[in-house]
Design a binder for this molecule. Structure first.
Ligand code: ATP
Length: 350
């Protein structure tokens, strides 16, 4: 009997709605598995927690998170809740750094050709994984205190050998189980940090002679994601480029509501949709829960290679079957289904 404890951080905005939907699907999937159970504990983190207790991510909560098998997260932060220096609170980013969740794994898959704003040629598929470095890169200085009086501000693109090596290796490992191709995205023609990242990528690539590699500048990648996204299998890049490109990648498969993610480290992992709190639609039943439901499937796969893997496949197949019917769409995809309508339809296909 395998039993796993999951911490649920619903967060702010649409976070509570989408995590509730994912829990319904998880419960229904787990019911169909053999000797596999989940239990959940809700923990308060985010802008709401800051307004109540003065800290969006209390240290005691971070310590508690380490006692769970996995963490399911909704979305965090609200545009009006900011630190005195003007930046938004981002506990979902802080968690990645505190738990050293260096792999931002973001599967991008087109479930119905009409979900894409692109004219997808017959026989072509959008199906790749973007692997974002989560703990350094251009985000690395974001918490360094600044002199509010200075008349300039800088952010450092930090690339360490250890950081670059482990994220490149993670990308190659993912490619082994897929179509055996890794594309590095950088700006090695201009930035020395990126030339270094490329040199480390090249070294790691030598450990994987069977895997095809490609190197693309980030500006060209913005173009290729629109012109020819079908060519990609696994894409690996630094933190900020990954942040931007994962939104663009979500855009070509139907939007943020379709993009799941897993933030994985050597000891802990957080599963959450790639989207934010979407405050303008919060509380209206309009949120698309599919990104969170697919993130929950990634969680099952990460938790357990046998029954967990079976559960992940159940959920992914149910989503695919539900979305084959173009009528099954939430508002963001141009449909009229509510969050709970689409959740029930997915459960009916399990
Ligand atoms: P963050 O800065 O936290 O990444 P953001 O401000 O970039 O967040 P999101 O909250 O991701 O933005 O939302 C971007 C757009 O996508 C908004 O128009 C939002 O309403 C829409 N959106 C995001 N997630 C969903 C969802 N699950 N269902 C429907 N629409 C969504």
């Amino acid at each position: 009997m395998a039993h796993y404890n999951v911490a649920v951080l619903a967060g702010d905005g649409i976070g509570p709605e989408v995590t509730e939907a994912a829990r319904h699907v998880l419960d229904a999937a787990v019911d169909r598995l053999d000797g596999f159970t989940l239990s959940y504990d809700a923990l308060s983190v985010g802008a709401g927690e800051y307004l109540e207790n003065g800290d969006p991510l209390p240290e005691s909560t971070v310590e508690k998170l380490k006692t769970y098998h996995a963490i399911l997260l909704g979305a965090m932060g609200l545009p009006d809740v900011r630190w005195p220096n003007g930046v938004e609170m981002t506990p979902q980013v802080d968690i990645r750094e505190k738990l050293d969740l260096y792999q931002g794994v973001r599967p991008i898959k087109l479930y119905h050709p009409w979900h894409s704003p692109l004219r997808v040629p017959k026989g072509k598929d959008i199906d790749f994984v973007l692997v974002r470095e989560n703990c350094e890169g251009l985000f690395s200085d974001r918490l360094v205190p600044r002199d509010g009086q200075a008349d300039f501000a800088t952010d450092t693109m930090k690339v360490t050998r250890a950081g670059a090596e482990r994220i490149c290796r993670a990308a190659f490992e993912i490619a082994k189980g897929r179509r055996q191709k890794v594309t590095l995205v950088d700006k090695a023609n201009v930035l020395q940090s990126m030339a270094f990242f490329r040199a480390v990528f090249d070294e790691v690539a030598e450990e994987y002679p069977d895997i095809e590699t490609d190197r693309v500048y980030v500006d060209a990648m913005a173009l290729f994601l629109v012109q020819d996204p079908y060519q990609f299998d696994v894409i690996v890049t630094e933190n900020m480029f990954g942040d931007i490109l994962s939104d663009q990648a979500a855009g070509i498969v139907g939007g943020m509501g379709m993009a799941p993610s897993a933030d994985i480290g050597d000891n802990y992992a957080v599963f959450q949709p790639s989207h934010g709190t979407a405050p303008t639609i919060a509380g209206q039943g309009k949120a698309n829960p599919i990104a969170t439901i697919l993130s929950a499937a990634l969680m099952l796969r990460w938790l357990d290679r046998e029954q967990g893997e079976a559960g992940a496949q159940l959920i992914e197949n149910a989503v695919a079957k539900a979305l084959k019917n173009y009528d099954n769409r939430t508002v963001d995809l141009g449909g009229s289904h509510s969050t709970s309508d689409i959740t029930d339809i997915i459960i009916s296909h399990l």
